[in-house]
Each structure stands twice: as structure tokens, then as C-alpha cells.
Design a protein around this ligand. Structure first.
Ligand code: NAI
Length: 379
């Protein structure tokens, strides 16, 4: 079977990490799975801007609107295009409402915690709402003043200073429920034992508190036979629990083994996924995906690394692990596991890129291309 995968090369280190990562992804898939990936490049970012005048050309948007899987390298934001962030634009255009970040440790990689191996979580972050919705007004602007006047005079918000900057935090049942549903399905399909709703509902009762409430309500309504709550545990069922965000950060350090899938609001999910990545060794080996109901868009979570771009110094590990996520998504988890195992063996052999070297005692530093060859050989 052939599967079309659209790919965006990305800016900065994009070309070099792709050159190292793609052969590994193809080789991990091998022929025995019966699946062959047909890679079709779609231009975006600086390369597209130079060729077509637009960092996100119409042809790319058209191709992606028909795609069900795509992978992207990092994108910088071209100066002077008027686009604040291509990543945000892609998320909005394709309604990629779920930000998904698996976090697992790699043997042999020193981390800031003593037991990184206890971390094995997947963060589902709501991508479209919260204070990230982009509705905010500068201090002293006519919009901010008007909004403050309305809130004070019409709604009795007397504690607001007239010269404050203001932002709006929308949180809807629609967006919360579709995110939690996706996380629940993920946990159930894999037979995992718990899903935790992460929120700050003790303080923000009507937004974050509602996220928690809608999450529990959904589990009881749509997944009644398969889920239970922490207060009433039932053997063989997925436990749905919740944690206040600040407590969740403590739990992630103290008892990470008790958490498998986290469903979080946008801002909390953003903080949590980076903190968890640091716990297991940093962003160099962190893959991610943004998904809608029709498109799964995998991405290296790091940026374009302009300080090392073009010098064969980048770590292609994050992109290789995006490939592993892609293969798992396409129903070949054994191939995904081969990529992880090969990376782990390369770390164990103490041949790593320079960003990982300080975390691997006695490591020999190799370039991006050589690291790709080494991981490929370990497959
Ligand atoms: P960055 O992630 O590009 O770099 C931060 C540090 O990490 C640098 O020292 C860099 O050398 C290092 N680094 C990043 N990726 C690496 C890799 N694969 N191997 C080895 N070292 C690596 O973040 P920064 O500097 O804040 O952003 C640079 C550009 O990237 C900006 O234009 C930003 O907007 C964009 N960006 C894009 C993202 C995306 O497309 N998903 C995510 C983050 C930033």
C-alpha cells in the first residue's frame, strides 16, 4: 500500500535534519509492513517566499487541505510578510485543535531528575482557545479603554485599572470536549490506565473549571462503560481524574508514573509539555503533532536554530521521532518503536550530536549527517 505524506522542509536547519531523518523513517518502515511512503514536498517558509513571493503559497494550502498526514520542519517567520507566525497560521487554517506531545525518556541520557524512566506521558493540549486566542489590547489603547469601561460600568468589574492592558480568555464546551474526546480515545485504544484533566479551575471557575466539568461530563456520557473516576475506581477501566495545574507540575516531578495521558487547556498545556520534555532530556528529542479531525500534522518542536544552520551541527532526533509518531499513526507501531530503539542504541554507543553530548558522559560528538547514518545503521 502507498501512503502520500506531504512534507515541508522548513527553514534554518530544516534541510539538513530532513536529509538525516527521512532515510531513517523509510528504513524503519521497511518492506515487511507492506506500506510505502510517497513523500510529496510542499513549499513553505523562506524557500517558498523566495520562489513564489508568499511564505505559504496557495498551492501548498490546496495540497494540505486534501492531505490526511503531513510532516514539517521548523519554520521561521519571514520579515515583512505581515504574518505573525506561520505555525499559528497553519493551525488556524486547518483547525489543528489538538497539540499532542509524547514524553518518554531515553536510556543513557542524563537529565535533571533521578528517575526520568518513570515519565511516560502524552500531553493533549487544546490549541485554539484560552488566552492564546489573540484577543488582547495594549495598555491605554482606545480598544482597551472601551472594554474596561464596559466591564466596569455594565458588568461591575470595579477592580480594573483604566490604564490596564487587557486580554480575553475564551473557553467553550465545543473546543474543550473535542480535545478531551481525542485524548480519551487515545488512552482507551492503547489500554492505558489513566487520563488527567489539567486545569486551574479553583481560581478561574467559569473557564478552566468548566473545562474540568465538561471533561468529566463527556467521559460519563460517551465513554460510560469504559471509564471510571478516581473516587470510584473499577477494575479494567480507564480512570479519569483531574489535577490543578500547579499541583500537576509537582506530581510530574514526584509521582510521574501515576500519569499517562494529560488533557490540558492551551496555556497550561504549553508550559507542561516543555517542562516534561526538560525532565526527560530537553527539546532535542521531543516530537509533536497538531491534529484536526482530518489532518495529522507532525512537527519537530524546536525552531530553525539559525545559530547552527548550515554547519552540519543540528540534531535530527526530533524529526526522526516525528516520523515515529507518523508511523504509529499509520498503524505500524513496530516501525515506530524501531526508530526509538535505534536512537537509544546510538545514545548508548555514546555517538551523539553536540547538543546532546553534555548529557551523555564520555560522548563523541558527530555531525547531523553522521548521526543520521549511525541511527540508520542501528535499525
Ligand atoms: P530554536 O529552537 O531555533 O533554538 C534554540 C536553541 O536550541 C539554539 O541554541 C539552537 O541552536 C538549539 N537547537 C534548536 N534545534 C536544534 C537541533 N535540532 N539541534 C541542535 N540544536 C538545536 O529557537 P529560537 O532561536 O527561539 O527560534 C529561531 C526561529 O525558529 C524563530 O524564527 C522562531 O520563530 C522559529 N521557531 C519555529 C518553531 C516551529 O516551526 N515549530 C518552533 C520554535 C521557534
Amino acid at each position: 500500500m502507498r501512503k502520500t505524506v506531504y512534507w515541508i522542509e522548513g527553514d534554518g536547519v530544516g534541510p539538513e535534519i530532513w536529509r538525516a531523518a527521512r532515510p531513517v523513517i523509510d528504513a524503519a518502515l521497511g518492506l515487511e509492513s507492506g506500506l510505502i511512503l510517497e513523500w510529496i514536498e510542499v513549499p513553505a517558509g523562506e524557500k517558498a517566499a523566495a520562489e513564489t513571493g508568499s511564505p505559504l503559497p496557495e498551492a501548498t494550502l490546496r495540497a494540505l487541505s486534501q492531505a490526511d498526514v503531513a510532516v514539517k520542519g521548523p519554520l521561521g517567520t519571514s520579515v515583512g510578510t505581515g504574518i505573525r507566525s506561520l505555525n499559528v497560521l497553519l493551525r488556524q487554517t486547518f483547525d489543528l485543535y489538538a497539540g499532542i506531545r509524547p514524553v518518554r525518556s531515553f536510556r543513557g541520557l542524563e537529565t535533571p531528575v533521578r528517575h526520568p524512566e518513570r515519565v511516560d506521558m502524552v500531553v493533549f493540549r487544546e490549541n485554539t482557545e484560552d488566552v492564546y486566542a489573540g484577543i488582547e489590547y495594549a495598555a491605554g489603547s482606545p480598544e482597551a479603554r472601551k472594554l474596561i469601561e464596559f466591564l466596569r460600568d455594565e458588568l461591575g468589574a470595579t477592580s480594573l485599572r483604566e490604564d490596564a492592558a487587557v486580554g480575553i480568555k475564551p473557553m467553550s464546551e465545543y473546543a474543550s470536549v473535542r480535545l478531551v474526546r481525542r485524548a480519551l480515545r487515545y488512552a482507551l485504544e492503547r489500554g492505558l490506565d489513566s487520563l488527567t484533566l489539567v486545569h486551574k479551575g479553583n481560581i478561574m471557575k467559569f473557564t478552566e473549571g468548566a473545562f474540568r466539568h465538561w471533561g468529566y461530563e463527556l467521559a460519563a456520557r460517551e465513554f460510560a462503560g469504559q471509564t471510571c473516576t478516581e473516587k470510584k475506581p473499577e477494575a479494567g477501566k480507564l480512570v479519569v481524574k483531574d489535577r490543578i495545574a500547579d499541583a500537576m507540575f509537582q506530581e510530574a516531578l514526584l509521582r510521574p508514573e501515576q500519569y499517562r495521558v494529560l488533557a490540558a487547556t492551551n496555556l497550561n498545556g504549553d508550559y507542561l509539555s516543555d517542562a516534561l520534555a526538560a525532565q526527560v532530556g530537553g527539546l532535542g528529542l521531543a516530537p509533536g503533532a497538531n491534529m484536526s479531525d482530518s489532518l495529522a500534522f507532525f512537527e519537530a518542536v524546536h525552531g530553525t536554530a539559525p545559530d547552527i544552520a548550515g554547519w552540519d551541527r543540528a540534531n535530527p532526533g526530533s524529526l526522526m521521532l516525528c516520523g515515529a509518531m507518523l508511523l504509529e499513526h499509520l498503524g505500524v507501531p513496530a516501525a515506530a518503536e524501531r526508530i526509538r530503539a535505534a536512537l537509544e542504541k546510538s545514545i548508548a554507543a555514546k555517538t551523539v550530536t553536540e547538543d546532546l553530548a553534555p548529557q551523555v558522559p564520555g560522548a563523541r560528538t558527530v555531525g547531523c549527517a553522521a548521526f543520521g547514518d549511525i541511527v540508520g545503521a542501528k535499525l
